[in-house]
Design a binder for this molecule. Structure first.
Ligand code: ATP
Length: 326
């Protein structure tokens, strides 16, 4: 049965790379109906709309969302991030951010599972005496047993499904002693149910060194929202650059659609030039296909991307080359 996908091209190179992703899904035989949503920085500048309740309601009936990139230099920071991306994560309960990292020379292959709805992103905090010399700003980190445990369980299930069967918790338990304690205790308790998965722990600062010096030591990593945000950018940098990095924002319980997007931003500096690499968006489409039960199409797309990753060409030419191979 055909799936219904909400497509949010967004700003800058977002629509350009999604066009290639949809082309490749079609070539791979994934049957999709699409509904387009005009959202992002450009829309906000036009009529001050970031996201409406009606759109969120409509999304709940879809099978998945496919997003290009949102953000334009003229919109103040936070408006689109909080109003669209974070709201989408909270409302659709996209509690797992999953990002695979594969070395260009095949020397490593690991995945990061980032908790996507809590931590420092929950919006806890505020100002006191704003704009006075005695100003105070606080920014809390929210960690619930429920939220931490469901993310850790997802990571254990993923580790169990991979040949490496290894899961590393990354945190900063020696300094963040309350949140870190909850994460470590929950991790240790859940681990007793996954005796076939080997476990390890790294402080986040040490993990940054290993990402660069010994990435092959990792199989699956699970970490909190903020550490995950930073680590996954580093992961992208050591595994071929931002033009290749795919991601999935998952609601593993499937109580609503999950969202798939390339990690890169709207790249206003190259919009319209044909320089945007569509592979990150195409690999995100492969993650979407896999989540929707099209595992064979997903692996054909991944193989085709691996074959063309060193090709020179425009956005459309690279998309065409991948579409031909799938
Ligand atoms: P944002 O705030 O939306 O994240 P940004 O400009 O800070 O935007 P990116 O859009 O990710 O961040 O761009 C960072 C740099 O990487 C830019 O120089 C951009 O041209 C380049 N870049 C991003 N995505 C791609 C891509 N798919 N192909 C080639 N270059 C890219």
């Amino acid at each position: 049965m055909s799936k219904i996908i909400g497509v949010i091209g967004g700003d800058g190179i977002g629509p350009e790379v999604l066009t290639e992703g949809l082309k490749v899904l079609d070539a791979a035989g994934v049957e999709l109906d699409t509904v387009s949503y005009d959202l992002g920085g450009d829309r906000y500048l036009r009529d001050a709309t970031v996201l409406t309740d009606a759109i969120v309601q409509e999304w709940r009936g879809l099978d998945a969302l496919y997003l290009g990139a949102v953000g334009t230099p003229d919109v103040p920071p936070g408006v689109i991030e909080r109003g669209l991306l974070l709201r989408m994560r909270f409302e659709l309960d996209l509690y797992v951010n999953r990002r695979p990292f594969h070395a260009p020379d095949d020397s490593f292959d690991f995945e990061v599972i980032r908790e996507n709805t809590e931590g420092s992103y929950a919006g806890e905090g505020g100002f006191l005496r704003k704009n006075t010399p005695a100003e105070i700003a606080t920014q809390g980190s929210v960690n619930t047993r429920f939220g931490v445990e469901r993310c850790i369980r997802y990571a254990f299930d993923l580790a169990r499904s991979r040949p490496g069967r290894h899961l590393t918790l990354v945190h900063k338990t020696n300094v963040l002693t309350f949140a870190g304690d909850l994460w470590q205790r929950t991790f240790n308790e859940v681990a007793t149910e996954y005796t076939d998965v080997a476990t390890a722990y790294n402080h986040v600062d040490a993990a940054c060194i290993y990402f660069v010096q010994d990435p092959k030591s990792y199989d699956v990593i699970v970490t909190d929202n903020l550490f995950g945000d930073i680590l996954t950018d580093l992961g992208g940098a050591v595994s071929g650059g931002i033009g290749l990095a795919a991601s999935a924002n998952l609601n593993p319980d499937r109580t609503g659609p999950s969202m798939f997007e390339p990690v890169h931003g709207s790249a206003p500096d190259i919009v319209g030039t044909g320089k945007a690499n569509p592979i990150a968006a195409i690999l995100s489409a492969a993650m979407m296909a896999e989540f929707l039960g099209e595992a064979s199409a997903a692996s054909r797309i991944r193989e085709a991307c691996a074959e063309v990753k060193n090709h020179q060409g425009t956005t459309t030419e690279i998309g065409d080359a991948i579409a031909e191979r799938v």
